[in-house]
Structures are given as structure tokens and as C-alpha cells.
Design a protein around this ligand. Structure first.
Ligand SMILES: [Zn+2]
Length: 415
């Protein structure tokens, strides 16, 4: 994405309380500092009392009056592009039906597939753009967006084109192909044939069209087994695409070791992740992505093994998993709150999970922390203590976002 799409400018933030998260959830906080963004990148961080560097160019100076400044938030797992909603399914579930019962009755993901196949590119863009604009009001500057509601070439192309169109409309967008989301009806009982279709026909065409940044698959009893997914992931790997896996959300597949040679950059959900999988993860660099809003929405009692992930030093990221069926949430701040309340993350871990560790889960190192040379993507908060970011429920204390040097103010509008 071109930085100029944000009308990039040079900006100097003064009187900043820098909150810089580390991968282990600890926060480094520095008061009274300045951050200079030039040509879209952080070019200078000056500590209180240090000498001002003379510059030969004009910059926009903004006194943030001691407010907390964090890296711009990164939502590393969303299904943002779809048509329709699943409110009636929600009513069924609160009435007592399980997610698996709904899937078996032909509801769930397949009902969104039907709606999305019928929608035009323009309509999908309109819907997703409105969601993305609302999400930015909670400090988002980068979002990962998955396909997977098409399950045929035409609709997967349509979704991923919409993802590319969204990039630069207010946030940076990373596109993931999720063809192996669930088996479409037309491939009834022919999972191997469907996986071959994805690996040999769909994925190469999407790559030729430059529509894919990474590849994801749903490994669970209700979707695909690890053995079924391997040819799909091996095809992606042979085309140099990073791999991510929806893993162990609804049951223990005991399958991380089968993927470990492919070095997935993340595995996501993980409610049923077992000890053997955690030990296998600890030998590599895969990030654990947890999605507490989906767990809440499904009323799952089983929680991801946070304590063991901590013990093995596995980086933990946190995402909304925004989708119409199991997590229709648009606030990363609410996901942070639920990560703390439901999964016992510390507020520092929650913030690391939507910044530095979220960047790692996407395999990118140019954002997610505040340092010279990083993208000038920042969130400025009207809070005195970063713990407040995980504390509020439903309220966004966002004061401004900076995306590649362009400043979006929220203090003059209702957030
Ligand atoms: Zn998901």
C-alpha cells in the first residue's frame, strides 16, 4: 500500500507519554517525550530534556498534553468481508442450540457463504468499509482480512479484491486466503477433491492476481483434519506464502506437530490446545492468537492454556475474529477487556497482543512498537494509565490516530 494514500505529512508529537509494549506483556513507559514522523516513518524519539534537533523542513506540531501514545492497534484476525448477518442463528443459540448443531443443520458459515456469493463487489465493499471505519474508532491502524465466505474461485476473487480496495481507506489491510474454511455444499463428502481444487486451481490464480499475502485453514472436527489440510498448506508454502491455522477451537485435534515443519506464523483460537502441541510450538516461533470475544459469544467454558503459553515464552496475540456468526465485535478494546476478564491476560499482555505480538502473528516487523524506522502508525489515548485501555467496556478513549504521518482526530467527534 502506498503511504501517499493517507495524504502523508510530517508530524511532531510533543509532551507524549510513550507506552511501548514488549512481547512478554511488559510495558515501557516514558513521559514528556517527542515523536517525529517524517515521510511516513518514525524518524526521531526525543526524551524529556534532551536537545532539540534542528530541521530544515516544516512539520505539523501537535502537543498531546501528556496523553498516552501507543503503537497503532493491529487486529490480526478478522473475517471483515461478508454479506448478511446471523442474528437469527444467535437467537437459536441463546435458545439452546450448539454451534455444531447449527453447522450440521446447514447454518453457520454456509449461510454466510450463500449471502456473500450473491452480493456484488460494490455491496461487499460498502459493508466492509463501514465496519472498518467503525473499527478505526478504537485505535486500529492495521487489520488482517480473510476470505473464506466464497469457497469458489469467483467469490474468493471478489472478496480478496474488496480487501485490496479497502487497503488505504483508513487503515492498512493484509489479505489472507481462507479457502479451507469449511466444505462447500457442491463438494459434499469430497474433501480431498476440494482441497486439491484449492491448491491447484484457486490459489495459483489468486497469486497471479496478487490478491494474497498469507494462507489460513480451519483445522477442527467441524471443518478439516490436519491430514486433509496438509496438501493445501504445502502448496501455499511452495509459493512462499506464510501459513496460519484456525486450531483447536471446538475440540483437541492434537495436530500442531503435523504443521510444525511448515512453521506457521500463527495458530489461532486454541481453546483445546494440548500440552504436546504447546511443547512443539515452543520449539519454533509460532505466535498464539487468542480470540476471547468468540469464546464469550459461544459461551465456551474451555479456555486457551494461557499459563502454559506464558511458561514456554510463546508470544500471545489477541484479535477480534470479527465475523457474523461467532464474533460480531468491532472493538479491539472490548476484545482486550475480555482477554483480561475471561482468559486472565494482564492488561499489558492484552496491549502487547494487539500491537507487537499481533505484528508477529502477521509476520511483519515494521509496526507494532514505537521505535525509529518503524511505520508512523500511532494511537493517542485520552487516558492517564494504559490499563484503562483494557478497563472500559464499550467506551473508546481514542483522541487521535496517526497513520503513516496522517493525523485523524477524534476529540472533536463522538467516538
Ligand atoms: Zn477466524
Amino acid at each position: 500500500m502506498s503511504l501517499s494514500s493517507y495524504g502523508c505529512s510530517d508530524v511532531l508529537l510533543t509532551n507524549v507519554k510513550i507506552v511501548n509494549p514488549s512481547t512478554d506483556g511488559s510495558l515501557r513507559v516514558g513521559e514528556g517525550e517527542t515523536i517525529l514522523v517524517i515521510d511516513g516513518l518514525i524518524s526521531e524519539i526525543r526524551q524529556k530534556g534532551s536537545r532539540r534537533v534542528q530541521r530544515d523542513r516544516d512539520v505539523t506540531v501537535i502537543d498531546v498534553e501528556g496523553r498516552c501514545v501507543t503503537p497503532g492497534l493491529i487486529d490480526c484476525h478478522t473475517h471483515l468481508i461478508y454479506a448478511g448477518n446471523r442474528a437469527s442463528e444467535f437467537a437459536d443459540r441463546v435458545g439452546g442450540k450448539s454451534y455444531q448443531q447449527i453447522l450440521e443443520n446447514g447454518g453457520g458459515i454456509l449461510s454466510t457463504v450463500n449471502d456473500t456469493r450473491r452480493a456484488s463487489t460494490e455491496r461487499l465493499f460498502e459493508l466492509a468499509n463501514a465496519r472498518l471505519r467503525r473499527m478505526t474508532r478504537y485505535g486500529l491502524t492495521t487489520v488482517e482480512v480473510k476470505s473464506g465466505y466464497g469457497l469458489d474461485l469467483e467469490t474468493e476473487v471478489k472478496m480478496l479484491k474488496v480487501a485490496r480496495l479497502l487497503d488505504g481507506t483508513g487503515a492498512r489491510v493484509i489479505s489472507t486466503f481462507l479457502g479451507a474454511h469449511i466444505l462447500p455444499r457442491e463438494f459434499h463428502d469430497r474433501k480431498v477433491r476440494y482441497i486439491n481444487y484449492l491448491a491447484k486451481e484457486v490459489l495459483p490464480k489468486l497469486i497471479d492476481m496478487n490478491l494474497v499475502d498469507m494462507v489460513d485453514g480451519f483445522c477442527d472436527g467441524a471443518a478439516f483434519s490436519a491430514k486433509e489440510l496438509l496438501p493445501y498448506f504445502e502448496a501455499a508454502k511452495s509459493m512462499n506464502l506464510p501459513i496460519r491455522v484456525h486450531l483447536d477451537q471446538l475440540g483437541d485435534t492434537d495436530s500442531f506437530a503435523m504443521f510444525s515443519d511448515l512453521a506457521p506464523i500463527s495458530v489461532d483460537h486454541l481453546e483445546y490446545l494440548n500440552d504436546r502441541s504447546i511443547e512443539s510450538m515452543a520449539r519454533g516461533s509460532t505466535v498464539a492468537v487468542v480470540v476471547p470475544t468468540a469464546s464469550y459469544f459461544l459461551r465456551q467454558q474451555q479456555k486457551p492454556p494461557i499459563e502454559k503459553l506464558r511458561y514456554y515464552g510463546i508470544p500471545i496475540a489477541l484479535a477480534t475474529d470479527h465475523n457474523p456468526g461467532t464474533s460480531p465485535v468491532e472493538s479491539l478494546l472490548l476484545a482486550m477487556n475480555m482477554g483480561c476478564v475471561l482468559f486472565n491476560l494482564t492488561p499489558g499482555e492484552a496491549l502487547s497482543g494487539v500491537t507487537i505480538n499481533a505484528a508477529r502473528a502477521l509476520g511483519i516487523s515494521d509496526r507494532g512498537s514505537i521505535a525509529c524506522g518503524m511505520l508512523g502508525d500511532l494511537a493517542i489515548w485520552d487516558v492517564a494509565d494504559p490499563v484503562e485501555l483494557s478497563y472500559y467496556m464499550g467506551h473508546s478513549p481514542l483522541w487521535a490516530r496517526v497513520v503513516g504521518g496522517a493525523v485523524f482526530r477524534y476529540d472533536r467527534t463522538t467516538c
